[in-house]
Every structure is written in structure tokens, then in C-alpha cells.
Design a protein around this ligand. Structure first.
Ligand code: ADP
Length: 298
């Protein structure tokens, strides 16, 4: 029998820090079972949002509900069904992966020895850390540390899992391995992947939201969002900054990238913009940059 669908409902959440930075502006999001990508540039408010949902900091106003719980008030109950991998995940460098995970399992309230052993062993295997379980965490590579971070986040079979910027700093092989692990976690829980890396979201998440300056710019499926831009993205290679400046006066430039020393300029236009531009298939970066540029224009 399929598990019932879970819903995380975030309604009108606002947060202003004491230095006056408004990190969340009346933000609302509905997130269902499966992987959800929360995409946005540095400073968008992703960590503030994730820490609030993870009950680690308070919002000024708004509501969050999950599976019948009032997340902002029933913090202890939420923590029992929550798995969280923060951006900065500290470990005791001299402790082995096995001992640390066992210790964290006790902290999570898994007090039955047999049950704990089964869970800890299972998670070390699932995250491919079984062979290094007796090694000190201080000797782990970035990728191994992140996989350990997922192992601890999965303690206690959480229904809501939050991972904050997990692939930053991983090399391509480690990143691949980590994304494969995330995608294997299961379809019966909510996994929120907060990241500024658009490809992480494209590869993993059936649903996503783009946020910037504390506001949701877009919520939807990455594939449908890409398809919606069909026939509207155009590119031209340029080697002249003056030409780019000219183009920016008349066209909606959404991104510029260096490709082999030339600048690839991509513009959004309903019909052929002329001027030597060619049509190009849209990708998730186009969705991202178009929405960010629209956000800045408003
Ligand atoms: P992201 O995770 O998307 O990079 P953050 O939630 O970390 O965004 O930050 C959103 C905004 O809030 C940024 O302008 C950041 O500088 C500010 N901010 C975050 N944490 C604090 C804090 N503890 N005190 C003051 N400002 C903060």
C-alpha cells in the first residue's frame, strides 16, 4: 500500500535579522512528497528558511505545518521526524564514523541497543561508508563527510529531510556519488535540497522553487519550466564588450558565459531578435537566470 502523501505547508513566513536584513518576505510554499529543489543565489534566504523549518530559529511571523504538526510551536515533535544536514556540519575529528553515528543515534533517542546497531550498520552500508567505519572522521574527504552527514540525517527514519548546500566543494565524482545517494533515499518522504547549483536540481528534483531576496520567484517542475521557454531563448557568441553593452540596451539578456575565450550571450525574446542570434534549446540555467533577472527588474 502506498504511503499517504505528505505536505509541508509554509505560509507567509517573514524574518528580519537584528541588523535590518529582511531575509524572508511573506514567503509561502507548498512542498509534497519526493525531492524538492530550493534554488537561489547566495543570500537568497535559503538557509534562513531551512533553519526555520528545522526548528532551529524563529520567524517573526507566518505558519509552517507538516503532517498535522505546527512546526513553529511543536518543535520537539518535529525534531523526532526531521533529518537535517546543515551547511556547516561539525564532527568530532578524532571519533570514528561508527562511534559518532552511534552517539548521534543515542542523542536522537534511539536507546534500544539492538535497534540502534541495526540502524547504524544499515546507514553506514547505505552511504557506502562501511569499509571506513572505524576510520577517524578527521581523515574523511569532503564527499565522505557529506555522506556521513546524510547517514546522521537519516537516523530515526525521518519523514522530512533537509539538506543545505550539500554539494558545494565536492569534486565531480564525489558530487555524482552524493546525488545518487540522495536520490535513493526514497519517494515516501520529503527531501528538500537547498542549493545554488542548478544542475543538482535538474538531475534530482521533480519539483522546485527559485527564491531570491526572501521571495519565491517561481515554483514548478524543472522540466515544464524548461519546456515553457521553448523557442524563446537565443544565443550569440561575442568577443566585444561594446557589442554586449549595445545588445543589453534593446534585448533581455539573461546570461553571459565565457566559452573558449568568447562570451556566449543568451537572450529571452518571443520572436527572433535578429542581429546574428541563433535559436537554442532552453535549459535549467535559462529558467534560473530569466527568473532572477525578472526578479531584479521588478
Ligand atoms: P542563503 O542560504 O540563500 O545564502 P541566508 O538565509 O544565509 O541565505 O541569508 C539571507 C540574508 O540574511 C543574507 O543577506 C544574509 O547576509 C542575512 N543573514 C543570514 N543570517 C544572518 C544572521 N544571523 N544575522 C544577520 N543577517 C543574517
Amino acid at each position: 500500500m502506498a504511503d499517504p502523501q505528505l505536505t509541508l505547508q509554509i505560509s507567509n513566513l517573514s524574518k528580519t535579522y537584528s541588523n535590518g536584513v529582511q531575509a524572508l518576505k511573506n514567503l509561502s510554499l507548498t512542498i509534497g512528497t519526493n525531492m524538492f529543489g530550493l534554488l537561489g543565489p547566495n543570500g537568497a534566504g535559503k538557509s534562513t528558511l531551512m533553519r526555520t523549518v528545522a526548528t532551529l530559529q524563529d520567524a517573526d511571523s507566518g505558519e509552517v505545518s507538516f503532517d498535522g504538526l505546527d512546526v513553529l510551536r511543536q518543535k520537539d515533535s518535529v525534531r523526532r521526524i526531521l533529518g537535517y544536514l546543515p551547511q556547516e556540519f561539525g564532527v568530532y575529528p578524532k571519533m570514528s564514523a561508527l562511534d559518532m553515528l552511534d552517539h548521534l543515534a543515542v542523542m536522537k533517542g534511539i536507546l534500544n541497543r539492538g535497534e540502534r546497531k541495526e540502524m547504524v550498520y544499515g546507514l553506514l552500508q547505505q552511504t557506502n561508508l562501511w569499509d571506513v567505519r572505524k576510520k577517524k572522521l578527521g581523515t574523511f574527504s569532503g564527499g565522505m563527510k557529506q555522506r556521513f552527514g546524510i547517514a546522521q540525517a537519516l537516523l530515526g527514519n525521518p519523514k522530512l529531510i533537509i539538506v543545505d548546500e550539500p554539494t558545494a566543494g565536492l569534486d565531480p565524482t564525489e558530487r555524482n556519488r552524493f546525488l545518487n545517494l540522495l536520490s535513493s533515499i526514497g519517494r515516501n518522504v520529503i527531501v528538500i535540497l537547498s542549493t545554488h547549483i542548478v544542475d543538482d536540481v535538474r538531475e534530482l528534483c521533480p519539483q522546485m522553487a527559485i527564491i531570491s531576496q526572501g521571495e519565491v520567484l517561481l515554483q514548478g517542475s524543472p522540466t515544464q519550466s524548461i519546456d515553457a521557454l521553448g523557442g524563446k531563448i537565443w544565443r550569440k557568441m561575442m568577443d566585444d564588450a561594446a557589442e554586449l553593452a549595445e545588445v543589453e540596451k534593446t534585448l533581455h539578456v539573461i546570461s553571459t558565459h565565457l566559452v573558449a575565450g568568447l562570451t556566449e550571450v543568451r537572450v529571452y525574446a518571443d520572436s527572433h531578435p535578429g542581429g546574428g542570434f541563433s535559436p537554442v534549446d532552453p535549459d535549467i540555467e535559462d529558467v534560473y537566470f530569466l527568473n532572477l533577472s525578472r526578479g531584479q527588474r521588478n
